[in-house]
Each structure stands twice: as C-alpha cells, then as structure tokens.
Design a protein around this ligand. Structure first.
Ligand code: HEM
Length: 339
C-alpha cells in the first residue's frame, strides 16, 4: 500500500475510534471492552438476521390439504405488508410538534407513494388466492377454520382508523350525531354493522370474538387517531400541501387502492371460492358477504373532500367497468380479433 494511502486510512481509523470513544464514554461504558467483544464475535448471518427458522415455522395448517399452506402464507404476507403501511401512516401522523412530518409536502409525497406501492402489490398479487389454489381443496379445508375470518384482521382496521375520521367509516345512511360519544360512534362503523346476522339481528360469533379481543384497545386507538388521522391532518395542513395536485392525486390513489382495488381483488377470491354453481355459501365469518364486501355497497371513502359528488355516487363502479373491459379485451385477443 502506498504511504499516502496508508496515512489516509490511519486517519480514518483514528477518527472512527475517537467517535466510538465519545459514544461509549457518553453511555458510561468502556470502549476497549466493546472492541474486544467485536474481535471475538462471529459476525451476523442472513438467517439469524431475518429469523428465517422462526419465520418458516409459522405456517401451521389445520388440515392435510397442501394448499392450506398457500392460504396461511398469503395471509401472513398481507399482514406484513399491512405492517409496512402502518409504519408510513405512523410516521406521517406522529405528533412531534413543529417537527411533525405532516407539515412538510415532501413527506406526504414520499410516504403516500410508498403506501400506494404496497397496496398496488397486494391488489395484483391477490390472484394467488383466486386462481392459485385448488378450489376443491379450499372448499374442504375452509370448514376447519370456522369461525375465523380475515374480517378479524385488526391491522386492516388500524389502517382505516389511521387514515380517516370515524364518521367516514360509518355505514351508509348513518346520521352524523355530533353529541354521540366515541364509543357510540364506534358502534356505527360499517364492519360492526356487517357482522350482524340480518335475519336474527344478532352479532356473528366472529364479530363477538373480535370485540372481546380488540374493543378496548381499539377504543384507545380511536381516541388517539380521531384528531390525528391522515384525513384530519390533511385538513390542518398548509395551503401549499392542500392545493398540491400531486398530493391530492396520491391521496385519491390511496383511497382507491384500499377501498376499491384491494377490495375488488378480495371480492374476486370470495366469488371464486364461495360460489359453487347455483350455491352461494357463507364466509367463515358468517356475513352476508355478497351484500357486505362490494365497495359500491360499503362506500368507504377516506378523503371525501377530494372526490366530486358524482364520483362518490359511483364509488367502485368505474373500477369494475375497467376490469370488465380488460377481461373482454383479453377474450377478444384470444379469439384473434384485433379491435
Ligand atoms: C380465498 C381467500 C379468501 C376468501 C374466500 C375470503 C373471504 C372473506 C369473506 C367471505 C369475508 C366477509 C366476512 C366473512 O363472512 O367471513 C372476508 C372479509 C375480510 N377478509 Fe377475506 N377472504 C380471503 C382472503 C383474505 C386475505 C388473504 C386477507 C388478508 C388479510 C383477507 C382479509 C379480509 C378482511 C380485512 C376482511 C374484512 C373486509 C371488510 O371489512 O371490508 N381475506 N373475507
């Protein structure tokens, strides 16, 4: 090594050592002991770093049908993606006074783009649940999963509550009562109503189990996010942010990804697996899913102020039409037609 290069490296090493010394003395620790530990340490491996063995040990089928592993794994992949979406929502909505991220336009752009990316992947990969599993196998193994349902995904509910104000999650037709307590408002959420058997008027056991597990923590969650959710903070943000076409479009995309595209992809899975010929069966959560799941019935819109009255009235319809047109175009191509 040339002397010049060697001297440069030595300066760098000394600089790093002095920074380490500063760090450990600040913690009241002895840097030399840490350096000795470094000398003896084995170094990190990929499998330890990502906890590969634990991760691969988390898929435990309830039945002998091989495709149940696909079903479990894809649910777990989705929950991990939900976690990533929540990290972005958390960062953008965190209350850090004048350092809060929502005050800066660039943060909206960066974080909402990331969330859209996650939901775009989730929506397109849902095909794994539609055509990627054997229909007969699923029909059998799903019976061993009763009454568990993705309906009980608390992370999906977190995403909704972090994204918008409670009243935007009300079932259509619910009067906005300003004197209602948060707890009373919580009961008006669309999925609380969706978990009620229309014939008996009783809650499904899937909803009851969910409430027992999560109601308390969700009420605390709502108390925090009611005045800290994305829609609320967008309303509080500067004119520059509120009038930015880029941010408005990104938020509209997010609304569509979660409340239309992902839900339609999910509905396609339910339609494929819960309709056998003329027979339409219940979901494992016992809802009247054909009424409950379609986006145009739920009309959940996180950012109503970003949509025209016409767009809100037609919520979900344009996407269905687009999907239908694509399917027709595919058939035409197959038949060798060019127009
Ligand atoms: C073959 C695959 C699937 C079928 C047949 C299916 C079926 C259903 C049905 C019927 C419901 C309504 C509640 C009920 O009666 O159970 C539901 C709700 C739900 N499922 Fe799935 N599901 C599938 C995959 C997934 C996956 C992979 C996830 C990811 C976590 C998921 C998450 C949800 C959520 C969040 C709800 C509530 C939706 C809402 O409130 O709008 N599902 N599912």
């Amino acid at each position: 090594m040339a002397e010049k290069e060697w001297k440069h490296q030595l300066t760098e090493i000394l600089d790093k050592l002095s920074k380490l010394e500063e760090k450990y003395s600040g913690l009241g620790q002895d840097m030399m002991s840490y350096l000795e530990g470094l000398y003896y340490s084995n170094g990190l491996t990929y499998w330890d770093y990502i906890h590969l063995d634990s991760l691969l040990g988390l898929q435990n089928p309830r039945t002998p049908f091989p495709d149940e592993v696909i079903f479990i794994t894809y649910h777990q992949i989705t929950e991990l993606m939900f976690k990533l979406v929540k990290l972005e929502l958390d960062a953008l909505t965190a209350d850090k006074g004048e350092n809060s991220e929502y005050l800066v336009a660039g943060n909206w752009i960066k974080r909402v783009k990331r969330m859209n990316n996650y939901f775009r992947h989730l929506s397109s990969s849902f095909d794994i649940m539609v055509t990627g599993m054997d229909k007969d196998e699923l029909r059998k193994f799903r019976m061993a999963l009763l009454p568990a349902s993705g309906f009980q995904s608390v992370q999906f509910r977190h995403i909704e509550l972090m994204s918008t104000t409670l009243s935007n999650l009300f079932q259509e037709g619910t009067e906005d009562d300003e004197s209602a307590s948060l707890e009373e408002m919580y009961q008006q959420i669309y999925w609380k109503k969706g978990g009620i058997d229309l014939e008996t008027g009783k809650k499904t056991i899937t909803l009851e189990a969910f409430e027992e597990m999560y109601d308390e923590s969700l009420l605390r969650f709502i108390t925090k996010y009611q005045s800290r959710n994305l829609a609320y903070l967008f309303h509080l943000a500067s004119q520059e942010i509120k009038e930015s076409e880029e941010i408005r479009q990104l938020l509209r995309d997010f609304d569509q990804y979660v409340n239309v595209y992902w839900k339609l992809s999910h509905l396609a899975a339910a339609s494929r697996h819960l309709i056998y010929g003329e027979n339409k069966v219940e979901g494992t959560g016992g809802t009247n899913w054909r009424q409950f799941l379609p986006p145009k019935h739920q009309k959940v819109i996180f950012f109503p102020s970003l949509w025209s009255e016409e767009e809100k009235a037609d919520w979900g319809k344009a996407a269905v039409l687009q999907h239908f047109q694509q399917a027709v175009a595919k058939e035409w191509m197959k038949a060798g037609k060019t127009e």
